[in-house]
Design a protein around this ligand. Structure first.
Ligand SMILES: CC(C)(COP(=O)(O)OP(=O)(O)OC[C@H]1O[C@@H](n2cnc3c(N)ncnc32)[C@H](O)[C@@H]1OP(=O)(O)O)[C@@H](O)C(=O)NCCC(=O)NCCS
Length: 186
């Protein structure tokens, strides 16, 4: 099936759009913030890594196998506030995984919930995926709260299944089906 060309998705306070070269400074600044990186896979995030990410996304479409990173930008100013991602399974493109990050100054205002809702609407509504999951550190209360608020179901609590930043950690797995999303009151 042809993957539709992604342009942007507009929500109440934010826009999901493609990352651009002008986003580099903000992207690297928040990804380098230890508070933001605490439960993420990276530790130091330098400009060359950010540049590579922006470059890698240039020729990609969400819905293709692999990761697609969306910019989360302010609807009013277009300033980059964070990013979120969809990974489509290489063996079955009806299955996906999501991730999300906001800069510290944009946290605690419900923007994480709005961004993930917008992403799920795109993933289920436009791309018609069957099932989406998300994995989060069991200590990451903000992420778990967002995932529960958007209606995702905690399906697993994995005990010390990852050696992460110097210690064994637990993870939660959340998931949702497309038909469950369609029947979620909004
Ligand atoms: C996860 C993340 C995107 C959430 O974004 P956000 O915009 O702050 O989320 P929201 O405001 O929509 O909701 C978060 C809720 O969790 C609550 N929360 C956050 N930390 C909490 C804590 N330690 N204890 C209890 N509640 C907490 C917030 O108070 C908020 O609830 P409220 O609206 O009732 O106040 C953001 O914290 C982030 O980018 N973190 C760093 C990257 C990351 O860990 N990403 C997830 C990887 S799986």
């Amino acid at each position: 099936m042809a993957v539709p060309e992604f342009q942007r998705v507009v929500a109440r306070r934010l826009v999901l759009r493609r990352l651009r070269a002008e986003d580099l400074g903000a992207l690297v600044a928040y990804r380098n913030d230890p508070e933001v990186a605490r439960y993420q896979s990276w530790t130091d995030y330098d400009a060359s890594r950010g540049r590579q990410l922006i470059e890698d996304m240039r020729g990609r479409q969400p819905g293709e196998p692999g990761w697609f990173q969306f910019a989360i930008a302010s609807r009013d100013t277009d300033v980059l506030m964070g990013d979120c991602a969809l990974r489509v399974d290489a063996d079955d493109p009806r299955l996906g995984e999501i991730g999300f990050t906001l800069s510290r100054e944009h946290q605690g205002q419900g923007l994480g919930t709005e961004a993930v809702r917008t992403l799920l609407e795109y993933v289920f509504g436009t791309l018609s995926l069957h099932r989406v999951f998300a994995v989060t550190d069991a200590k990451n209360i903000a992420a778990a709260t967002v995932l529960e608020r958007v209606g995702m179901r905690r399906e697993g609590h994995f005990i010390e299944n990852i050696f992460f930043k110097g210690a064994w950690g637990d993870e939660f797995q959340y998931a949702l089906l497309g038909r469950e999303w369609a029947s979620t009151p909004r």
